[in-house]
Ligand binder design. Structure first.
Ligand code: AP5
Length: 218
């Protein structure tokens, strides 16, 4: 894995980190790691991590840094990641960023870019209240911007589409405040290292992806 490239997707809730990561990972032929998905899976499976994480996820707050780094470390240590990976939702505090930099340095990866997808709170509310996710394969839809062919049924696998527990207007506002206070300072941390690329996330998915691809190639 020496020198294999790592790309981080960062940004406020609903900015499209997951959507872009799902496009970028196959293009680069590397795995996509989503910390949010791993935590939700741990909650569903009632693991020790899941028991700790549940209350934080439901409230829209961040799980403790050490829990997040432990989950991320287990994921990036898998051999599928040997040729690099795309990770979304991690790191999301300055402390996590420092721990992550140490971890990938120790494992011999190269943090190539932090792709910071930026959008307004108004757009975040529109996107998250309309988001639906497949409970079987994880595909993500939007009732208006990217609707499935049949209402509430996944186009890919026929699984039922669900709204996330934390996608209520009330919890979205908490997540946004948490983002401003705890995650936004991390952008400054990475800007200083020259690794940050800001992407305008307000455009349609394919246009955002063009910008992401340009930043990845630069
Ligand atoms: P996580 O699952 O990472 O949630 P989030 O950061 O709030 O981000 P989202 O998944 O809601 O949004 P996204 O940016 O991926 O947008 P998406 O592509 O789906 O984390 C959940 C929770 O886990 C946290 O609150 C915390 O408790 C915990 N956690 C996770 N990581 C942690 C960490 N590192 N430390 C501590 N705690 C952690 O798009 C949203 C919608 O918009 C979709 O419907 C999509 O179809 C649509 N859409 C996307 N792009 C566009 C576009 N360009 N135009 C129109 N619609 C679009």
């Amino acid at each position: 894995m020496t020198g294999a490239d790592v790309f981080v997707l960062a940004g406020p809730p609903g900015s499209g980190k997951g959507t872009q990561a799902k496009l970028l990972a196959p293009k680069l032929r590397v795995p996509h790691i989503s910390l949010g998905d791993l935590l939700r899976e741990a909650v569903r499976n009632k693991t020790n991590v899941g028991e700790v994480a549940k209350g934080y996820l439901d409230a829209g707050k961040l799980v403790p840094d050490q829990v997040a780094i432990d989950v991320a470390e287990e994921a990036v240590n898998k051999k599928e990641c040997n040729n690099g990976f795309v990770i979304d939702g991690f790191p999301r505090t300055v402390e996590q960023a420092k721990l992550f930099d140490g971890l990938i340095g120790k494992l011999g990866f190269n943090l190539k870019k932090v792709l910071y997808i930026d959008i307004s709170l108004e757009e975040i509310l529109r996107r998250l209240t309309g988001r639906r996710s497949c409970s079987k394969c994880g595909a993500v839809y939007h009732v208006q911007f990217n609707p499935p062919k049949c209402e509430d049924i996944c186009d890919n696998c026929g699984g039922p589409l669900r709204q996330r527990h934390d996608d209520t207007a009330e919890v979205i506002k908490v997540r946004y405040e948490v983002y401003k206070e705890q995650t936004y300072p991390m952008m400054e941390y990475y800007r200083k290292t020259g690794k940050l690329a800001r992407i305008d996330g307000s455009k349609p998915v394919n246009e955002v992806f063009k910008e992401v691809s340009k930043a990845v190639a630069s």
